[in-house]
Design a protein around this ligand. Structure first.
Ligand code: AMP
Length: 514
């Protein structure tokens, strides 16, 4: 089954249900399908064919969702990039993906045009939204969506690529992760099962559609005839308002967005009782935040979902209220192992760690959700794919019940005075401190300790380095896990989707609080 056929099934099931809400626009499944089919016709007239890449630099808007479906109807590979990406990164991806066309809006127009010029690709077909100042040769979205419908959607082979996401990793150039129709359908069915979504469940469309979580939310809502409520650019107050006004039942977000919501000064002014099944993914959540989410959002179900762009579901835990931070057990169709961590990448899938010991988490590539390898990156494949297993670069440990805890990235582990320290554990202890809004911990080179633990803190009122040291002096942590230094900074650096960027702290990219 390909995604376009899966969409047709959903449309036939409940054509009049609302599929997408974007500001004042509400499209039913029938309307969304019709718009996508006309767009697919338009894209075909631009010359796009099955197997081509359409690069998109768009916010979460109905046009983005319609282009997603239009691509699947044509067998074109939906290849989204961060709409805030700079020209150099766009130019790299235009070349890397061998893009056959690019779609953009006002917010991304300048960088895209610069990238096209840098790459000598001025003649590449372009689809532009209404807020772009057009140039000769631009095809307007409105014109494409007003033209004749694609006569016959191609029914793509399920192993063909329908989506390519770029992951930035910690170093180097972005890597393309091609995903097949089969991967995407299997991943979404897992997501639905593990989060216990039901038909008609609506979703807050706030995780960007250039990230695995964003496209997954769109697809899960669509398969269940639920509405996808667009939040084009993140705004906590708008998100809270939409949950209330649209009666949204599910959310799937990075912890950072939960943090912003539960700490919003007007949080209690919103009625969020419609929320039933919520989940987080993308990074660990501190115990303090996990408790605040349970307490303030009062979901029926709160899930920790551990996954990656490459493989999607690794594990999930549906009882984080009882075991905060727990990543539970492997998801449907997934086998996980913990192997001896080796930064050189020499461990194999049979180098298992002893029970209770931390190890690198590896996932079987036999899962129908798992990709088959990076796009034109044999170097990255050699590093991450070994003997049928995907090496995540994450460290995990199983507790006495056999349940997994993700303890951090192998690259972020700090060795201080010969002892291994995982930043997340220290950050977790700091999360309970009333002087701390957010914290991130790294190791910096030190003659005496090898690496010295340093905590960077976005301070709450009254915070000082001495106050933090005094608090941590009392915390239930081994001595060597207590930071040697506290630095109060204005903002913990984050990736575009809200993950802590410890590498930016290591590079000195932060501003001290005056
Ligand atoms: P991405 O491909 O952007 O989704 O990033 C995948 C990485 O995010 C994983 O390898 C983990 O390092 C991290 N991650 C994803 N989900 C979780 C989770 N639930 N808990 C802790 N880390 C996570």
């Amino acid at each position: 089954m390909d995604l376009a056929s899966a969409f047709s099934i959903t449309v036939a099931r409940r054509p009049d249900a609302i599929a997408v809400v974007d500001g004042g626009r509400r499209l039913s499944f029938r309307e969304c399908h019709a718009e996508s089919a006309r767009l697919a016709g338009g894209l075909a007239r631009l010359g796009l064919r099955a197997g081509d890449h359409l690069l998109l630099l768009l916010k979460n808007r109905y046009q983005n969702a319609a282009l997603y479906w239009a691509c699947h109807m044509l067998g074109v590979i939906y290849t989204p990039l961060n709409w805030r990406a700079r020209a150099a990164e766009i130019a790299y991806c235009l070349g890397d993906a061998k893009a056959n066309a690019v779609a953009f809006e006002g917010a991304s127009a300048e960088s895209v045009r610069e990238a096209l010029a840098q790459s000598g690709l001025e003649a590449l077909p372009r689809v532009v939204l209404a807020d772009v100042r057009t140039e000769p040769g631009d095809a307007s979205y409105a014109d494409l969506a007003a033209g004749p419908t694609l006569e016959r959607p191609i029914a793509a082979e399920e192993d063909s690529t329908c989506l390519m996401l770029y992951t930035s990793g910690t170093t180097g150039k972005p890597k393309g992760v091609p995903r097949s129709h089969r991967n995407e359908l299997a991943a979404t069915v897992s997501m639905i099962a593990h989060n216990r979504y039901v038909f008609g469940d609506s979703a807050l469309g706030v995780m960007p559609m250039y990230h695995t979580m964003g496209v997954r939310v769109l697809l899960a809502a669509a398969l269940l005839n639920g509405k996808f409520v667009c939040v084009p650019a993140y705004d906590t107050e708008l998100a809270l308002r939409l949950i209330q006004d649209e009666g949204i039942t599910t959310m799937f977000l990075v912890p950072t967005l939960y943090y912003d919501m539960v700490n919003h000064p007007d949080f209690s002014a919103f009625d969020l009782r419609s929320l039933k099944r919520i989940g987080y993914a993308g990074m660990t959540m501190t115990n303090a935040l996990s408790a605040a989410c349970m307490d303030q959002l009062k979901p029926e179900l709160f899930v920790n979902y551990y996954g990656t762009t490459e493989v999607y579901t690794l594990s999930f835990c549906d009882h984080v209220d009882a075991k905060p931070g727990c990543a539970g057990r492997p998801g449907l169709n997934q086998m996980l192992r913990l192997v001896v961590p080796d930064p050189e990448g020499k461990s194999g899938p049979d180098d298992l760690v002893a029970p209770g010991e931390p190890g690198e988490i590896i996932a079987s590539l036999a899962s129908p959700e798992a990709f088959a390898g990076y796009w034109r990156r044999p170097d990255a494949n050699a590093k991450a794919l070994r003997s049928g297993w995907y090496f995540t670069g994450d460290l995990g440990r199983r507790d006495e019940d056999g349940e997994l805890y993700v303890i951090g990235r192998l690259d972020d582990m700090v060795i201080t005075g010969g002892e291994n320290v995982y930043p997340e554990e220290v950050e977790n202890a700091l999360s309970h401190c009333p002087l701390v809004r957010r914290a991130a911990v790294i190791g910096i080179p030190d003659e005496r300790w090898g690496q010295k633990l340093v905590a960077f803190v976005e301070p709450a009122a009254g915070a000082s380095a001495e106050g933090l040291a005094a608090y941590m002096g009392e915390a239930a942590l081994a001595n060597y896990k207590r930071p040697k230094e506290y630095v109060l900074i204005e903002r913990i650096p984050q990736s575009p989707v809200g993950k802590i960027l410890r590498r930016e702290l290591r590079a000195g990219n932060y501003r001290r609080v005056q």
